[in-house]
Design a protein around this ligand. Structure first.
Ligand SMILES: Cc1cc2nc3c(=O)[nH]c(=O)nc-3n(C[C@H](O)[C@H](O)[C@H](O)COP(=O)(O)O)c2cc1C
Length: 326
């Protein structure tokens, strides 16, 4: 009998479609809708370190003239923002039955790691950590950015027992090495990749502006490259493919390359929840056509493990496609 069940980060998902962290998952009603539409799991909208700090700064300005109120306000704002997040987790757990993955978006080690404990107590099935740091410090040494990821993982792992996953950005000198280090430090799953904010410039107003918010399908080629390489090089680690998954066929490609699940976001904003059932139908039909009864039966069969020399492979592809072009 055919099943779409998959294991990801210690969780059993009814199918590999996870809804990525975003405004799509910031209320219980939206999560219920996503469950009805067929989602295998959801990652909640992130709790942002900056968001909490900015709000407390605003109120702190008002409390500035009352020194005795200053600390109180700071703690009040922090715990209230956290409280609504905690309520979202516990309500989502109460009213839905798919796994609920909480998300923390951070940029440094520190006090926020305590939030992880509260998230666990609220009943979240796992925590996804999104380290959104753009290194601009000229004194920062090569390797410090990578070490930050390891240190943050260790800190969160020391606080909670639920699975902890990391959603990585695309800018590492050696993604395979970083993922291998994360695995050595007990990461439960890795998401490749997060999509950073895209800046642009308005030449008429001559000012910075926001670039395209949503990904496009061509972004997937980078995702599939690294899912394929990492799953071949770092065995026995659950990967979720993310960024550029727009067509139903892409889900199949991601699993063939080695992903246990996919995280989708932009396509849902653009086309609505109906894409989830389309993806599941295409996946089921394809599995039937090719005689696969489970996700595990074809997961990773096209990863880079089967290529004798990966760098040679990359170079040959480059030579083949670009050297002969006039
Ligand atoms: C409108 C919007 C809001 C997002 N908010 C978050 C967020 O709060 N936390 C986070 O980790 N990722 C956030 N993301 C990133 C997505 O979860 C996802 O990693 C990224 O968009 C790549 O997937 P996609 O190509 O399917 O869109 C957001 C993306 C979009 C488009």
């Amino acid at each position: 009998m055919q099943t779409l069940q998959t294991k990801y980060a210690g969780l059993t998902l009814r199918n590999p479609i996870i809804i990525g962290s975003s405004g799509l998952t910031n209320t219980v009603d939206k999560i219920k809708e996503l469950e009805r539409a067929g989602a295998g799991a959801v990652v909640l909208k992130s709790l942002f370190e900056e968001q909490i700090l900015m709000q407390s700064e605003h109120l702190l300005k008002e409390a500035e003239s009352y020194p005795e109120a200053y600390d109180y306000v700071r703690e009040y704002v922090k715990s209230n923002d956290i409280k609504s997040y905690i309520d979202l987790i516990s309500d989502a757990k109460k009213y839905t039955s798919i796994p609920i993955i909480a998300s923390i978006n951070c940029y440094e080690k520190g006090s926020w790691a305590d939030f992880a404990q509260r998230i666990e107590f609220a009943g979240a099935d796992a925590i996804e950590i999104n380290i959104l740091k753009i290194s601009t410090d000229i004194e920062e040494k090569p390797g410090e950015y990578e070490q930050l990821h390891i240190d943050i993982l260790k800190e969160v792992k020391s606080k909670v027992k639920i699975p902890v996953t990391l959603k990585l950005g695309q800018r590492f000198s050696n993604i395979v090495g970083v993922v291998n280090q994360l695995k050595a430090n007990q990461v439960d799953g890795v998401v490749l990749f997060n999509r950073f904010y895209q800046p642009d410039i308005d030449i008429h107003k001559m000012q910075f502006t926001s670039g395209t918010v949503f990904s496009c399908s061509s972004d997937f080629s980078n995702t599939i490259r690294w899912i394929g390489i990492v799953s071949g090089k770092v065995p026995n680690l659950n990967l979720a493919a993310s960024t550029g998954i727009h067509e139903p066929e892409t889900v199949i490609k991601a699993i063939l390359a080695g992903a246990s699940a996919v995280e989708i976001c932009s396509i849902l904003y653009q086309h609505g929840n109906g894409i989830i059932s389309q993806m599941l139908t295409v996946l089921e039909e394809w599995m039937t056509e090719h005689g696969f009864s489970s996700i595990d039966a074809f997961k990773g069969i096209l990863n880079f493990k089967n290529v004798p020399d990966q760098s040679y492979y990359e170079r040959v592809q480059f030579m083949k496609y670009f050297s002969n072009r006039d």
